[in-house]
Design a protein around this ligand. Structure first.
Ligand code: SF4
Length: 292
């Protein structure tokens, strides 16, 4: 396994030991549990999370200051939640000094870029205390999710309990126990086009990154990456927040994570390269190289 999984110190399969958190968690409740622990211990004084939005299944970035507020943000919503939009405000009107933020790999890139090149982000770079990244293959605009669930799966959005992309399918679980699956070939045209140039699957730049792939249902795969991430993870483990298993002992394990990461990167790398010859004698911009 190579660079596709990024730099990390340890990788385990884990889940929260809190039944309350697990009740509505997407997988092992890692993000909610780690932020709740960090809040209780004063490691962070608030976290930017994807809270409930004005419409069903539309996330809205929010600043969680308590464990109760964190609970409201459990579960994956497969559409855009611009969490980084709050990164400056959180150090202003919210007055936070130790900021937690969760996001997709691209949002972790934005956080790190903001720390190294803080254009318009005075005070922000030193205040990021814990950045948790979520594995992400692709994302969807809200309208896409609405159409996939309502038109293709034939379910009303408010009647949906959980959505999941896994095992090659898009799963929609109804409140009354119904389960509808869509093949991923149906979902492809609804993807956000910007995701097709994305070369990061497992949030390489986060302090800790997590996702479902690689671990059994109800568990998460966790990469502990930075020194900061390692310190917080070790303390949370010592406090009994998580149950873990060595990743080598679970199925399908890192092999599948690595396979999917490679598939995403090579597919999207081709899209990036094709932009160089998109027009007749004219290229589309490539954000990974400096403009000439
Ligand atoms: S695929 Fe990449 S660009 Fe799209 S939401 Fe996920 S991390 Fe962001």
């Amino acid at each position: 396994m190579g660079t596709e999984l990024g730099v990390y110190k340890t990788c385990v399969s884990a889940r929260s030991t809190s039944k309350e958190i697990l009740k509505k968690a997407q997988d092992g409740g890692i993000v909610t549990q780690l932020f709740a622990y960090a809040l209780d211990e004063g490691i962070i004084d608030g976290a930017i999370v994807a809270g409930p939005g004005p419409e069903p299944w539309r996330p809205m970035p929010m600043v969680a200051l308590t464990s109760e507020e964190l609970m409201a943000s459990r579960g994956t919503r497969y559409n855009l939640s611009p969490n980084v939009a709050l990164i400056k405000e959180v150090t202003r009107s919210y007055g936070l000094d130790k900021v937690g933020i969760v996001g997709t790999p691209c949002q972790m890139q934005a956080v790190r870029k903001g720390q190294l090149y803080p254009a318009g982000l005075r005070d922000v770079p030193d205040k990021i205390a814990l950045a948790i990244g979520i594995f992400c293959m692709e994302n969807f605009p809200y309208q896409s999710i609405k159409q996939l669930v309502e038109d293709h799966a034939g379910m009303a959005l408010p009647a949906v309990k959980k959505m999941e992309i896994g095992k090659g399918k898009f799963w929609v679980y109804g409140e009354r126990g119904q389960v509808v699956t869509l093949p991923l070939k149906v979902t492809h045209k609804y993807e956000q086009p910007g995701c097709h140039v994305c070369l990061d699957y497992v949030a390489n730049l986060a302090d800790v990154s997590t996702g479902s792939v690689g671990s059994p249902d109800g568990w998460s795969t966790v990469f502990v990456r930075s020194k900061k991430g390692d310190d917080i993870w070790s303390k949370a483990m010592a406090a009994g927040c998580f149950e873990t298993k060595p990743i080598e002992q679970v199925k399908p394990g890192l092999e599948l994570v690595s396979k999917l990461a490679n598939e995403k990167i090579s597919k999207n790398q081709k899209t990036v390269e094709s932009r160089a010859t998109f027009g007749v004698n004219k290229a589309l911009r490539n954000p990974y190289v400096s403009p000439k």
